[in-house]
Structure formats: structure tokens, C-alpha cells
Design a protein around this ligand. Structure first.
Ligand SMILES: [Zn+2]
Length: 108
């Protein structure tokens, strides 16, 4: 089997997988020797999903809408995400753009 992206040779490796800065573990993947893209095996993908569910990060992403409050734009944080990140009213966060399409909210 060759790389679907560049036709390079795929080599079976153990590849670490993270969800943001949360490390989910090391899983079997076919890695391209040319472009270094890793393709996790079907079995590894199932394990990654299971681990993500176990850690409570599964399906946390949600669509939201921006609102206005005075001069500030407000992003509503769904309660599952707030709970996972232990966000509470009054907690200090650092908000910064990452490129032109991504907003990052960091907590301690
Ligand atoms: Zn490739």
C-alpha cells in the first residue's frame, strides 16, 4: 500500500496521538516515508476513539454563536466543555487568536 497523498511508501510504526495538549497514547499507524503523514489503522482509530471517550474529550466540540454584551463579543461555552476544562465564572483566562480563523482560550 502506498501513501494516498503522495504515493510514497508506507511503513508500519507506533505513532503518538494527542488531542490538543492531551496525550491519548501511542497507536499503530502507517507512516509515509516521503511526506511523513501518519495514517492510523482501523484498529488504532477504534482505540483512539475509546480512549477519547474514556477521558471525556469525545464529542466535546459544538457549534456556537457569538453574541454581544456591551462592547464585547460573547462566546457561550457549552457546559460540557466548561466542566471538562473546569471553567468557572471569574476564572482568569488568556484569549488570543491563532491565525485568522481560530480563537484560543487558555486556562491554568
Ligand atoms: Zn506521503
Amino acid at each position: 500500500m502506498n501513501c494516498p497523498l503522495c504515493e510514497g511508501k508506507l511503513v508500519r510504526v507506533k505513532e503518538p496521538y494527542s488531542y490538543g495538549d492531551l496525550k491519548l497514547g501511542v497507536f499503530e499507524a502507517d507512516k509515509c516515508a516521503k511526506c511523513h503523514e501518519a495514517f492510523f489503522t482501523e484498529e488504532a482509530s477504534d482505540k483512539i476513539d475509546a480512549k477519547a471517550k474514556q477521558l471525556g474529550v469525545w464529542g466535546l466540540g459544538k457549534e456556537g454563536k457569538l453574541g454581544y454584551s456591551g462592547n464585547s463579543l460573547i462566546v457561550r461555552v457549552p457546559k460540557e466543555i466548561a466542566k471538562f476544562l473546569e471553567l468557572k465564572e471569574g476564572k482568569k483566562v488568556f484569549i488570543h487568536p491563532e491565525g485568522k480563523k481560530k480563537l484560543v482560550v487558555e486556562t491554568d
